[in-house]
Every structure is written in structure tokens, then in C-alpha cells.
Design a protein around this ligand. Structure first.
Ligand code: SF4
Length: 145
């Protein structure tokens, strides 16, 4: 899922104490992604997650369903995503400790200057590796024309 997700009023009520902030959109309620209920260990509201989350199948899961990726290979791909995510999170915390401003934004700002790029080169490489991994294995790919 990208950008945002929408839930029914009944689902929103179940998620009242989740930390997710919903805005009404017609009869539905919309929340931004990345989801506020996500933690390093996974979904913190897994038992009451909304239908849209239950039904969501990433590209990797679809490939497992289709039999084009073996379950063991998929688990290794997920483990690699966790390792890359941990490296980026640790790098962001080390580079921008105790800041209220989004660490991601601070990294983007730093990357806009040659000095900032030189200072955070390893973190930028780790972040690029994570993005490539996520794009390659988890996100929908546009078929080549
Ligand atoms: S699965 Fe959980 S963490 Fe992910 S979007 Fe749904 S509620 Fe949020």
C-alpha cells in the first residue's frame, strides 16, 4: 500500500487507541502511510487490523501464491528487508539523535549538499539498498512495454 489507506467507521472505532490518526473522507476514514501502528516487530494492532490490511498482498506474497517464489526464498527476502531496515534505522538514529524533526527529512536535507552527502555516505548507501530491495521484491512492478 502506498500513501494512505481507508477504513470504515466500525474499523476506525476498533483502532481508537492505536495511535493512527484518521481523517473523514465521505463515509470512510483515511490514515497516512507509513502507518502509525507499525513498529519494528510488525503491526501492533494485528488482531484488529482493518480489512484492507488483511486483504493486502505485496508483490512477494503474490509471487509465493503463484508458485514463482519458494516460501524459503521469500522468508530470506523478508529477513534481508528486516536487516536493511534495521541498518537504516540505526544509521538515522546515530546521525540525527534526539531530534523532533523527521530524521528522514533531515537526511533528505543533508543529501542536498555535497558536504551532507559526504558526511552521511554510508547511511545514504544503506537507504538506497533498502529502497532497491523493497522495490524489487515487495512493490508492484509495471510490466515492460
Ligand atoms: S497492517 Fe497494521 S501497521 Fe500495517 S497498515 Fe494495517 S494497521 Fe497499519
Amino acid at each position: 500500500m502506498l500513501g494512505a489507506f481507508e477504513v470504515s467507521d466500525a474499523e476506525r472505532k476498533k483502532l481508537e487507541h492505536s495511535g493512527i490518526v484518521f481523517k473523514p473522507v465521505g463515509e470512510w476514514f483515511r490514515a497516512p502511510l507509513p502507518c502509525a501502528a507499525w513498529a519494528r516487530s510488525g503491526c501492533t494492532v494485528y488482531d484488529v487490523r482493518p480489512e484492507v490490511c488483511v486483504k493486502f498482498r505485496c508483490a512477494l506474497l503474490k509471487a509465493v501464491d503463484a508458485g514463482s517464489v519458494a516460501e524459503a526464498e521469500a522468508l530470506a527476502t523478508v529477513a534481508q528487508a528486516h536487516r536493511l531496515t534495521a541498518a537504516v534505522n540505526e544509521g538515522l538514529q546515530a546521525a540525527f539523535p534526539g531530534s523532533g524533526e523527521s530524521r528522514e527529512k533531515q537526511l533528505r536535507d543533508a543529501a542536498a549538499t555535497s558536504e551532507g552527502r559526504a558526511r552521511h555516505v554510508q547511511l545514504l548507501l544503506d537507504k538506497a539498498a533498502l529502497e532497491v530491495h523493497l522495490q524489487r521484491h515487495f512493490r508492484e512492478t509495471v510490466p515492460a512495454k
